[in-house]
Write a protein that binds this ligand. Structure first.
Ligand code: PLP
Length: 322
């Protein structure tokens, strides 16, 4: 797909450390030479499937500051790096660089700093074994908010461990950064139920002991399939009534927002919010990354429909017709 839009194979990295053999052969046939690895078995597969590959060793790094952890599944731990590099050398494979991924939605630039320092250590180990590494891939994990702060920390670490005169090319693999805020998810309230959050004997008389449950059109099998990515989703939620605006002075009720499916785990969030009615909308901003592509139609509920919205100014700027 990427090559069909004019990208040459030398610009593509096969950035999965555990690949089916047939995919390795396909990459080889297409001229995609750069690929990552983090284990010995993969090296053996690459030896037969793509012996001239240019390899990038992915290392496991501290992902504790990220919402989505990746380093349990991917990346060689530092204690295994030396033997992996030696094996690659014995197999006459060419190792060209180091990559890492601090985990998606990283909240602390220190994670990148430490990872860059670890990568520097691996560069030194590789040099002693006889490789000349010239590529550092700092992966993804970037989010829109706080990006400048994060970049500052990363640049400082790069200046310290990979100064420009070392001739190491530094690249990144930003994913969510581009689409974090691409969508606003509009969930329609199609059902509602009031229950008591306290035993009847402790009713407080003003209704604030009421728990209101709402059932909306997209849940954890829909756009919120990776609900753990949205620990602070409440910050991005708004409410909309078709005929009466939601006032900030309205009392807030303890509420649960459920997705539409039969599954009791399909619980989007617990939140204090104004009372909504059937037909009202709950809007969630910043749901661009890892939402619609991962959503399912489990239970027969459709995936979210996408509507494109553009302001008149942008319409003019893009010179759109129609
Ligand atoms: C190898 C690799 N690179 C880049 C990304 C993009 O990460 P993010 O969306 O956090 O920027 C991912 C996402 O899982 C990944 O697995």
């Amino acid at each position: 797909m990427v090559m069909s839009i004019g990208v040459t194979p030398d610009k593509i990295i096969y950035a999965h450390t555990t690949k089916p053999q047939s995919h390795i052969r396909y990459a080889c046939a297409q001229g995609v030479d750069i690929m990552t690895f983090d284990n010995k078995e993969e090296l053996l597969k690459i030896t037969t499937g793509h012996p001239n590959a240019k390899l990038i060793l992915r290392i496991a790094v501290d992902d504790s500051k990220s919402h989505v952890k990746l380093s349990t599944k991917f990346g060689a731990t530092l204690v295994t790096v030396e033997s992996l590099l030696k094996q690659a050398h014995e197999l006459h494979l060419d190792v060209k660089g180091v990559s890492f991924h601090v985990g998606s939605l990283c909240t602390d630039s220190v994670a990148y700093k430490r990872a860059i320092e670890d990568a520097h250590h691996v560069f030194e180990q590789a040099r002693l074994i006889g490789f000349h590494l010239d590529l550092l891939d700092i992966g993804g994990g970037f989010s829109g908010p706080g990006f400048e702060m994060m970049s500052k920390g990363i640049n400082e670490a790069l200046d310290e461990f990979f100064p420009a005169d070392r001739g190491v090319r530094v690249i990144a693999e930003p994913g969510r950064y581009f689409v974090d805020s691409a969508f606003t998810l509009a969930m329609n309230v199609f059902a509602k139920k009031k229950v008591w959050s306290l035993p009847i004997s402790q009713k407080d008389g003003n209704g604030l002991d009421t728990l209101i449950m709402y059932y909306v059109t997209s849940g954890i099998y829909g756009a919120f399939i990776d609900v753990k990515i949205y620990p602070d989703i409440q910050r991005y939620v708004r409410y909309m009534r078709p005929h009466r605006s939601v006032e900030s002075t309205e009392p807030r009720y303890q509420s649960v927002i459920w997705g539409p499916t039969c599954d009791g785990a399909d619980r989007i969030m617990d939140v204090w919010m104004p009372e909504l009615n059937i037909g009202d909308w709950i809007l969630a901003d910043r749901v661009g990354a890892y939402t619609i592509p991962m959503s399912t139609d489990f239970n027969g509920f459709e995936k979210p429909t996408i509507y494109l919205v553009v302001t008149p100014q942008i319409w003019k700027m893009l010179n759109l017709k129609g």
